[in-house]
Design a protein around this ligand. Sequence first.
Ligand SMILES: [Zn+2]
Length: 274
Amino acid sequence: MLHFAVAGVPHSTPAPGGTVEGLKRAHALGITAMELEWVQRVPNAPKRMEEIRKTAEELKMVLTVHAPYYVNLNAQDPLKLAASIKRVQAALSMAELAGARSVCVHPAFYLGMDPREAYANVERATEMILKDRDKRFPSVNLAYETMGKGTQFGTLEEVLCLSKKFGLYPCVDTAHMHARSNGAYNSKKEFKTILDLYAKYLGKRSLNKVHFHYSGIEYTAKGERRHLPLNESDARWRDFLAVLKEEDIGGVVVCESPILEEDTLLLQKTYARI
Ligand SMILES: [Zn+2]
């Protein structure tokens, strides 16, 4: 089963808004999943998480989380590194309480370092993040995201390799890969190579439960600039959906379009018709 998630509270949610009302609105629109956007900070609100979990369960909505942007697991300053690790752990703990299945994280910046050196640092930080995993967040996946700029740690190989090592699965953002490569990853053949590499690292069965991101995207030679609505971009989104269907991919595709529910429904409805 493949769910298309709206990236945050739908624009058409009635006042005063908020996640619980947003879940109800998304459900009323026929959407079956939502990514909670904790990109500025992680809420420290166990009670509210309980309310979100209950609502999502009642409405049979699948939840994922986007962790804060302010994370660099390759930070050289020990205080900055410790703060990054704490932020990721907080996102995982709250996600556990909210009943979310996976938390995507922008892992790091290279800071001019050799990618292999950065990889070793991120790997070490991941060990620390997951130290009390069984106690604090036993059922949530830590999904390192494929990133849209060449200065950012997060090629497909990097996030797959780390995921394999720790028994996780990554957040594959195909739009980011399209931007980072300055236009590649936008055809059926290229979408298939992504899935093939994914299966090579994590096994074919791992494609039954993915955490993907998708949207249109504006980019330059330096990579990602901003997310765009599907039909205002060069994204061959129908081809993307066709490959997801052909390969029988299951899990969640989060639609990160600025027109939230509109494009989420466009993907969902088109997918259903294929
Ligand atoms: Zn992201």
